[in-house]
Write a protein that binds this ligand. Structure first.
Ligand code: HGA
Length: 615
């Protein structure tokens, strides 16, 4: 979602801002803008569309945008359509503001400001922030105090970057519920929604806590919490881990699909070697894991599908009850959380607003003594994220940076890490036998090779995708642990090709969706050789009898024969329990090739954002 970049330096910062915005493009956005202070004035440019449009506009008159302090933004509209007037920065007199998040009470604030004579030029909630700061500044002549004064008036979640023409040495930032990081340079300092934006200029970062307000000058960073100066940790990042280059691939998504054998191997090796668990894997958390009696998984989108797979695994292998729920639903009902629950929050970015709020609600209830023995775990790809900082246990996915909005390697590494967790809890609680454990260790070590083999289906799937190019809808079917992969396959197809697709547990077909089946409806089936195969074959017959066209991703020795309306794609042999990880790959390749044929923006599909920082 929205991306903020800001800089204060001794040199011209406009190119740093533009490069930062480009590096935030993956988050999803609809317009972009920047403001610098130059010769005692705000110089602003805003464009609807890609950051390149903004770059082109700035390049028409580069000296106009030369400044030593500035803020920039990619906007993913929440309040007001994507239009130039709604793009950030928003300005009120000498104040300029960029904002990520939502000011929920903007309407009454706007009314008050209009009554005071402020004129609004956008439909955004953000513009109230600019006017409020300008108004407070009239009383104080102190930008920090003005920002401190107005922040408690704002309800919602937000991150802000603020400039004032009369303070060309000061960049002020607020973090309350939306991600924001400070980059520390030599004689220059920066802010950004994601450290990735700042890697060309620094690898030293300071992570603000919720509610922090910071004043950046080129030489100093002062952080305030509740009006008092506070110190925050500084971390140095390993830049290699953050390689955001597409390499020889046409799209980030394809590159990330191909990175899966390595990413999954890295994640597996984090926990185990050929002998069993590595000594340090979740070692400090064993006491917590030993007393867990119930697992509650919270997640959204693709991460939710990973959670669904884990439910099958937890209950099957450990016999611990496991519930999985969409975070935005869990958050707004009154859920029962039993004592000794481990809440597993899954989020690629660790900034997913729905998941964070659901977690915080339950943590409040636990602190109030309503729940005993509660513990939380973040399964996340970003070690410095809010989710990681706010949970008791961190289980990383070692996917490396994922740029494509449609998640691929983050998903399969989530599955690999979840299996490690299932095994760890199972062993700590003596719920998994030596035989099963040893078998899983062997199978987990084979995974990377099997993922390589599944990538060899690429060409065959590219050819098959032609049969999907002109379709309006598709159905994906799976049973058991493949049901969530059917949901994920359907989600991937709709996300990037814009074809309407639904995933179903194949046994549900006759309870409704069979009504949709005719000769124009493609039905994708996940059919590994497992205990559900015979049942699944019966479901396929139901489709065949109604002239539906079947595309079956079948395991070896499944004895499913191709015919005119049944296309078989042979998937390499794989252990039944781990099969969802391997079968994810052909689903990703199918949606990728269909999207390419349809000419959509594969890495940045319309209306979607990578890091979903608003509820
Ligand atoms: N509410 C603001 C910012 C939106 C945002 O943060 N999106 O991720 C707007 O609509 O401009």
């Amino acid at each position: 979602m929205c991306g903020i970049v800001g800089a204060v330096a001794e040199r011209n910062i406009s190119n740093i801002l533009l490069e930062g915005l480009k590096r935030l493009e993956y988050r999803g956005y609809d317009s972009a803008g920047l403001t610098v202070i130059r010769d005692g004035e705000l110089h602003r440019e805003r464009q609807v569309g890609k950051v390149q449009e903004l770059v082109n506009a700035v390049e028409k008159n580069p000296s106009f945008f030369e400044g030593k302090i500035g803020i920039a933004h990619t906007r993913w509209a929440t309040h007001g359509e994507p239009a130039q007037c709604n793009a950030h920065p928003h300005v009120s007199g000498k104040v300029a503001v960029v904002h990520n998040g939502i000011v929920e009470n903007y309407a009454p604030l706007k009314e008050e400001l209009i009554a005071k004579g402020y004129v609004f030029t956008s439909q955004t909630d953000t513009e109230v922030v600019a006017h409020l700061i300008a108004d407070a500044y009239k009383q104080t002549d102190n930008l920090l105090q003005a920002v401190q004064q107005i922040t408690p008036l704002l309800h919602g979640a937000f991150a802000l970057g603020v400039l004032h023409v009369d303070h060309p040495e000061q960049l002020i930032t607020v973090r309350l519920g939306s991600p924001l990081v400070i980059g520390i340079g030599i004689g220059e300092n920066f802010i950004a929604s994601d450290q990735l934006a700042l890697l060309p200029v620094t690898n030293r970062f300071m992570y603000l806590e919720e509610g922090d307000i910071a004043v950046l000058t080129k030489d100093d960073i002062t952080v305030y919490a509740d009006g008092e100066k506070v110190a925050r940790d500084i971390k140095e990042l390993d830049a290699e881990h953050h390689n955001a280059d597409k390499g020889e691939f046409k799209h980030y998504m394809l590159k990330e699909i191909y990175e899966q054998p390595d990413a999954v191997a890295r994640t597996v090796e984090m926990g185990i070697n050929q002998q069993g668990f590595k000594a340090d894997f979740l070692a400090r958390n064993e006491a917590i894991l030993a007393h867990i009696k119930h697992i509650q998984i919270l997640a959204c989108g693709t991460s939710y599908h990973a959670g669904m797979v884990a439910k099958y695994w937890f209950e099957d292998l450990t016999r611990l009850p496991c519930s999985v729920e969409i975070a935005s639903e869990f958050r707004y009902r009154n859920p029962v959380v039993v004592d000794n629950t481990l809440m597993i929050c899954i989020s690629q970015s660790g900034e997913t607003a729905d998941t964070l709020s659901a977690l915080r609600d339950i943590q409040r209830r636990s602190k109030a003594g309503e729940i005993n023995g509660f513990a939380s775990l973040a399964l996340c790809n970003v070690a410095t994220s809010s989710l990681v900082r706010e949970t008791d246990i961190f289980l990383p996915t070692l996917a490396g940076v994922e740029i494509g909005v449609a998640s691929t390697k983050a998903f399969t590494t989530q599955l690999a890490a979840l299996m490690l967790l299932v095994l760890k809890i199972g062993r700590v609680q003596s719920r998994i036998s030596d035989d099963v454990f040893n078998e899983m260790i062997v199978e987990l070590h084979k995974l990377s090779g099997q993922l390589y083999s599944s990538l060899s289906l690429d060409q065959a799937i590219a050819e098959l995708s032609e049969k999907f190019e002109a379709r309006k809808s598709a159905i994906f079917l799976g049973r058991g642990v493949q049901f969530p992969i059917a949901l994920e396959g359907a989600l991937k197809l709709k996300e990037i090709s814009y074809i309407h697709a639904e995933g179903y547990a194949a046994g549900e077909l006759k309870h409704g969706p069979l009504a949709l089946v005719d000769k124009d409806m493609p039905i994708v089936v996940l059919a590994p050789k497992d205990s559900m195969l015979d049942k699944l074959k019966a479901n396929m017959q139901e489709v065949h009898a109604r002239h539906g066209e079947l595309f079956v991703f079948a395991g070896e020795n499944t004895q499913i024969e191709s015919d005119e309306r049944l296309h078989v794609i042979q998937v390499p042999d794989v252990n039944e329990i781990l099969a969802p990880i391997v079968y994810s790959v052909p689903m990703q390749l199918l949606s990728y090739h269909v999207a390419v044929l349809r000419g959509t923006d594969v890495d940045q599909p319309r209306n979607l954002a990578k890091s979903v920082t608003v509820e």
